[in-house]
Design a protein around this ligand. Structure first.
Ligand SMILES: Nc1ncnc2c1ncn2[C@@H]1O[C@H](COP(=O)(O)OP(=O)(O)OP(=O)(O)O)[C@@H](O)[C@H]1O
Ligand SMILES: O=C(O)c1ccc[n+]([C@@H]2O[C@H](COP(=O)([O-])O)[C@@H](O)[C@H]2O)c1
Length: 214
């Protein structure tokens, strides 16, 4: 199967994660999209709520959308959630699947700081999603990587791509979502309404567990 994976800290999960994930599944005709909360985010100092809460909020979203599945491989691992390590484990566990790792432009710009980042292209395709406020400058080092590896998706993608199951960057045009977990947390702290930023079940979960109030 062709599997999209959206990895994230999801602190908390918001509509800027969910809407592009659903849209990408359709555009790329993926069989499934897995939402994969990390346990120890490699590049964040800490998380604001613990992994079990972040996992539970993602799990609820997956229960509501049949196209989204929870992948808890990183939550179960007690080491930093390096994506290369995760994809190696997933390839071993599911040799029959082709993985499409989804990321926003903010992540792509910082990709050279990721652990063994070049190996990602031996393990998956990267699906690149635009994000408001993040643009790749013409002279940015990742511009060359983008030019070398970009393959536009079409119905003939696999054939025109020489049937390569890894190694391409696939840019997608999704409706821009100007939402971040940071904004959601700030609004919650200030007792502002977040209904347009997160799913109702996430809002209820946060209220029930009194999260993000300090
Ligand atoms: N609004 C968005 N549009 C497109 N991609 C997004 C958006 N929000 C998050 N992403 C992508 O989802 C992945 C996980 O993001 P993450 O869970 O860190 O959310 P975040 O909103 O960036 O969090 P924070 O504000 O706490 O840094 C990353 O690849 C990121 O680029
Ligand atoms: O492998 C790495 O070095 C690495 C560095 C930063 C982020 N990631 C992964 O990228 C995804 C988005 O990360 P974040 O910090 O934006 O939530 C998430 O799955 C992280 O585990 C991975």
């Amino acid at each position: 199967m062709r599997i999209g994976i959206l990895g994230g800290t999801f602190d908390p999960i918001h509509l800027g994660h969910i809407r592009p994930a659903l849209d990408i599944k359709q555009q790329l005709q993926l069989d499934e999209v897995w939402l994969m909360p990390n346990h120890i985010p490699p590049h964040k100092q800490s998380t604001n709520v613990d992994s079990q809460h972040r996992l539970a909020m993602v799990e609820q979203i997956c229960q509501q959308h049949k196209d989204l599945k929870l992948c808890d491989i990183e939550i179960k691992r007690q080491t930093p959630s390096y994506t290369v390590v995760t994809l190696q484990q997933l390839q071993q566990a599911y040799p029959q699947h082709q993985f499409y790792f989804i990321m926003g432009m903010d992540s792509f710009i910082n990709l050279p700081q990721w652990h063994l980042w070049q190996q990602l292209f031996e393990l998956c395709h990267i699906v690149l999603c635009q994000r408001p406020g993040w643009q790749l400058d013409n002279n940015h080092p990742m511009q060359k990587v983008l030019q070398q590896k970009t393959r536009r998706y079409s119905a003939q993608f696999n054939i025109s791509n020489g049937n390569l199951s890894v190694g391409s960057i696939i840019p997608v045009d999704t409706i821009l979502q100007d939402i971040s977990s940071t904004e959601v947390r700030e609004k919650l702290l200030n007792h502002e309404d977040v209904s347009s930023l997160i799913a109702p079940c996430t809002k209820t979960y946060i209220q029930q567990h009194q999260l993000y109030l300090t």
